[in-house]
Ligand binder design. Structure first.
Ligand SMILES: [Zn+2]
Length: 469
């Protein structure tokens, strides 16, 4: 009886768990799951060692107290779950928190020197396949049986999100297709394969994963992207606090080998505010002191300018364009349409030389309080509004955030405000979704952008105290 009970307890996580099915699939492909777990354990050890040395420990200690002193409304924040947290125990079998490796990718990793995690990483990264044809990739998609009809629109909207800004296209799969993305609602977490696996690959979506933010993020993994915090140059920007990581999932914070860097990043600068981050309620990642104002800005609600540029570069989206456009204000030729430019925030028009027609312009002549707001409590999906604050030429703008929202959120993923203080608006700004004690923000030109956004039926408002500096 006891042995039966033990057997039952041992097999419980496997039965009914999609990752149990995943482990079965790996077994079927001749992979020893135990070896995989051993490999992940080694990677976890590697992460602990990287951040466990005396220098890192001292820096983490400082960053913990800095976090405690600037942390908004401690203990009263409404928690926002990331994929890593939704995935919980499942993250133990995943790669970077929400990526499911294919049997072939595991084989590539296991064939490498078991003592050399960096070599394994490099082999894994190089095993990522892209969708074809280059320049105009098409991804056939389907839904797993029983996929809820009322959730399909979120999928279609997420696909359209990428179609509108890249050359990636989706079409319903036919029986002739081998490589297919299949949306699976019957899952315990949010996850995706990385790149094209060549057969049916699922994007797993548990109940907490149904938003354009999450689906578009998982889709980008299916395109072939990894997370920014695994970039080889990440140690210049962030530091990982392993004490706040769930035991056994530390390997998800492993760094890519340096020589792979330029291949995976396509020369795009490290962006703390990217959509490809895994921030959590208990900080697992601190921004380094020079970037401390970005602490609450990880995990963008929508792909940023650079996130989008990454996909367009990966798939050589603009290589086919016969014409060359003289894009202004850091715009680049649009991956979705050769006849226009893709504009950084605050710019619009064919050549990014105009302000967006729906932006609210605020001309600042002295000190002024400004309330920014969006949303009316009715579920209208994702809504956004841009305020462009302008001071006289040659002046700068200083903004103090005096109050944020009716509710306080732990992460600014579905609701919040982003302040862009640099003239170069390609870089994501500082996000706010709770009262904070972050020091005033000063622009490097006479313009400041304030972007407010809400998903679902939320309302958001904030008060800013502005002055010319
Ligand atoms: Zn991810």
């Amino acid at each position: 009886m006891l042995s039966l009970l033990i057997l039952f307890l041992l097999s419980t996580p496997i039965i009914g768990s999609p990752l149990g099915d995943y482990e079965k699939e790996l077994n079927k492909e001749g992979l020893n799951v135990e070896n995989i777990h051993k490999l992940l354990k080694e990677e976890s050890k590697e992460v602990e060692e990287e951040f466990g040395n005396e220098d890192s420990k001292a820096e983490i200690e400082k960053l913990r107290s800095l976090y405690a002193s600037t942390c908004p409304a401690n203990g009263t924040l409404r928690p926002v779950k990331t994929e890593l947290e939704i995935n919980g125990e499942l993250a133990k079998d995943l790669f970077e928190g929400d990526i499911v490796l294919t049997p072939e990718q595991w084989k590539v990793a296991l064939d490498k020197d078991p003592e050399n995690p960096m070599q394994r990483r490099q082999a894994l990264s190089q095993s990522i396949q892209l969708w074809q044809p280059m320049g105009a990739p098409v991804i056939p998609f389907t839904f797993e049986p029983g996929f809820p009809a009322d959730k399909k629109q979120i999928i279609i909207d997420s696909q359209r999100f990428w179609e509108q800004r890249t050359c990636v296209r989706f079409r319903p799969a036919t029986s002739a297709d081998r490589a297919v993305v299949s949306y699976n609602h019957n899952s315990a977490g949010c996850s995706s394969s990385v790149g094209m696996s060549g057969t049916k690959q699922t994007i797993n979506l548990a109940p907490g994963c149904f938003s354009v933010t999450v689906v578009a993020h998982e889709l980008s993994h299916a395109f072939g992207t990894l997370h920014v915090q695994s970039r080889s140059d990440r140690d210049n920007y962030i530091i990982v606090d392993t004490a706040n990581i769930q035991k056994g999932t530390e390997h998800n914070f492993m760094r890519d080998p340096p020589y792979y860097g330029t291949l995976s990043t396509y020369g795009i600068p490290y962006e703390i505010g990217s959509i490809f981050s895994i921030d959590t309620n208990r900080p697992t990642i601190y921004t380094k002191p020079a970037y401390s104002q970005y602490q609450y800005s990880m995990e963008a609600p929508r792909a940023t300018f650079y996130d989008t540029l990454l996909i367009n570069k990966m798939y050589k989206c603009t290589d086919k364009c016969q014409n060359r456009l003289a894009c202004q204000n850091n715009g680049v030729q649009d991956g979705a349409d050769c006849n226009k430019c893709f504009c950084p925030r605050g710019w619009s028009g064919q050549l990014c030389d105009r302000r967006p027609a729906d932006a609210q312009i605020v001309n600042l002549s002295g000190s002024q309080n400004l309330r920014v707001e969006i949303g009316d409590g009715v579920d209208r999906g994702f809504r956004e509004k841009l305020y462009i604050i302008q001071a006289p030429a040659g002046k700068r703008i200083e903004a103090t955030v005096t109050r944020v929202g009716d509710y306080q959120w732990s992460m600014c993923r579905s609701i919040g405000m982003e302040i862009v203080a640099s003239k170069d608006t390609r870089v994501a700004g500082f996000r706010f979704c709770a009262n904070s004690r972050i020091k005033p923000i000063v622009t490097d030109s006479n313009t400041m952008l304030v972007w407010v956004y809400v998903d679902n039926a939320y309302k958001f408002n904030a008060d800013l105290s502005l002055r010319i500096g």
